[in-house]
Design a protein around this ligand. Structure first.
Ligand code: URA
Ligand code: SF4
Length: 204
């Protein structure tokens, strides 16, 4: 049996968040500190999906509170998307990492397809409750989870598409962490901003 058994029927967001705290739908709960569930208003018009919580999110329990989150906040604001109207979450809700060879640092690992599929019932439950008008996928993990394995962010970024099985529209872009790692950081940021600006125009 899968993750569905942990998802309470008829729960509100707080109920879901509480239940996700004891999810054992895949092995990632074993090494992570805690579940990092989505955050934001239940009536958000925009739902932003990242990949997996990072080190700071794992310590904090809140999504996108580290460096990638700060860049995301700035880009949303500049794109004219009211950050207080945005619900942010991740495709996978436990931090995946390997310890650094030396020291206490923990190095982020991309979740496997199996882990993304295992965590999907939580994302579906968030989408069911919030019913956003627009879903923004940050990076390939989120885009493939929601738009299909064949989706290519490099080719289809910034395009307004419909979200399969739902009335929402979706726009994908790169993950803000990739902007932070880019050689041409200013250029990568401009492209992220262009995609988010296109996303903003898809709002009713
Ligand atoms: N990267 C993500 O994909 N999600 C977070 O919450 C933080 C960093
Ligand atoms: Fe459950 Fe998702 Fe955590 Fe796996 S990553 S244990 S499916 S909440």
């Amino acid at each position: 049996m899968g993750t569905e058994r942990y998802v309470p029927a008829g729960a509100d967001l707080d109920g879901l968040r509480a239940a996700a705290g004891s999810c054992r739908g895949c092995d990632l709960y074993k090494d992570a500190t805690r579940t990092v569930f989505g955050a934001g208003p239940a009536d958000a018009r925009v739902l932003v999906v990242g990949e997996v919580p990072g080190d700071q999110e794992d310590r904090n329990g809140e999504p996108f509170v580290g460096p990638a989150g700060r860049l995301l906040d700035r880009a949303l604001e500049e794109a004219g998307i009211d950050r207080t109207q945005v619900y942010v979450t991740n495709a996978v809700k436990h931090f995946k990492f390997v310890p650094a060879e030396r020291g206490k640092r923990r190095i982020h690992r991309t979740p496997s397809r199996t882990e993304v599929v295992a965590c999907r019932p939580w994302l579906d439950a968030e989408l069911d409750l919030i019913e956003p008008d627009l879903v923004v996928c940050l990076g390939a993990t989120a885009a493939k989870s929601l738009l299909g394995q064949g989706f290519r962010v490099t080719k289809e970024r910034g395009e307004v598409v419909s979200l399969p099985g739902r009335s929402a529209r979706a726009v994908s872009t790169v993950h803000p962490s990739s902007v932070l790692r880019a050689d041409d950081r200013a250029g990568a940021y401009r492209e992220l901003l262009a995609d988010l600006t296109a996303a903003a125009t898809a709002l009713p």
